[in-house]
Ligand binder design. Structure first.
Ligand code: ZN
Length: 280
């Protein structure tokens, strides 16, 4: 996972632009009348973003009363949202630009509303509240964003991801596939406890450990093929060392705990894997 760069123009201008493009005059009038409440809510969003405390924001009652009008502002396929999608993508480095950073597994094909639109309709087109996400993550997160005052998933516009390793994988012999993969989280490197708990909650909410396992099984053949190709011209220790080099490249471009980096790094020194590839 990596942090995303946020939209850098004033958020309220984007909201105003979306409202102004609406054909429905009655809708525009309702949203114009409530504009002072929206501005106040947007200011609160900015202030809370500065100290990364969005979970303490209270819904705005006046805006909530007009929630159906706000919800009409957002449609993933609309021109404004599509333009915003291009702008936010182009702010990101190419190596992560099109991949959902909640899971790092697949392309993003939707926007997650960090503060859910059903509770905070005033932020339905707040650009800092729209996070590029795959539909799988978006569906899993749903409206479960706080529990007991604690956020349940990472906000990768604001949360600073630790550099220390927290994601690990066990390599397990499997009679059918050869090897199996069990990912787990461990605070082995003394990450701040609140941050580690938030990361752990993020992984649970989005079912990431299971999803990483399935992806790993899917790419295992490719890994074996690359090691076998290297074994034509180099020793087994050297072939395994190339996996560690790939892991470092992945860490640099995709983040310190990117799952492929963790997997390749682990395989490079794993005795089960070494025995497995020695059979060929
Ligand atoms: Zn995802």
């Amino acid at each position: 996972m990596r942090n995303l760069v946020r939209f850098d123009s004033p958020p309220i201008e984007f909201h105003d632009a979306v409202v102004s493009r609406k054909q429905d005059e009655a809708l525009r009038q309702i949203l114009t009348n409530i504009r002072p409440s929206v501005e106040e809510a947007f200011n609160n969003y900015s202030v809370n973003s500065l100290v990364n405390s969005l979970e303490t924001l209270a819904p705005n009652a006046e805006c909530y009363a007009q929630r159906n009008s706000f919800l009409e502002l957002y449609s993933y396929g609309s021109k404004m949202i599509s333009e915003f999608k291009n702008v936010i993508q182009n702010l990101q480095s190419l190596s992560i630009r099109y991949i959902c950073q909640y899971c790092t597994l697949t392309q993003h094909t939707s926007f997650d509303h960090i503060l859910p639109g059903s509770v905070f309709p005033e932020f339905v087109v707040h650009p800092w509240n729209l996070f590029p996400s795959c539909e799988h993550c978006n569906g899993k997160k749903s409206i479960a964003w706080v529990n007991g005052g604690m956020r349940q998933t990472l906000n990768l516009y604001l949360d600073i991801l630790p550099e220390e390793q927290y994601l690990f994988v066990n390599i397990i012999p499997d009679p059918t596939a050869g090897l199996d993969f069990e990912y787990y989280l461990q605070n082995a490197n003394h990450i701040d406890n609140n941050m580690f708990n938030l990361i752990a909650s993020h992984y649970v909410r989005l079912d990431l450990l299971n999803r990483l396992k399935k992806e790993s099984i899917g790419i295992f053949t490719e890994i074996i093929t690359s090691v076998r190709a290297n074994l034509i011209s180099m020793s087994l220790p050297d072939a395994l060392a190339t996996l560690a080099i790939s892991a470092e490249d992945f860490k640099r471009t995709r983040g310190d705990n990117y799952w492929k980096a963790v997997l390749l790094d682990t395989l490079s020194t794993n005795i089960e894997f070494s025995n497995f590839v020695s059979q060929f």
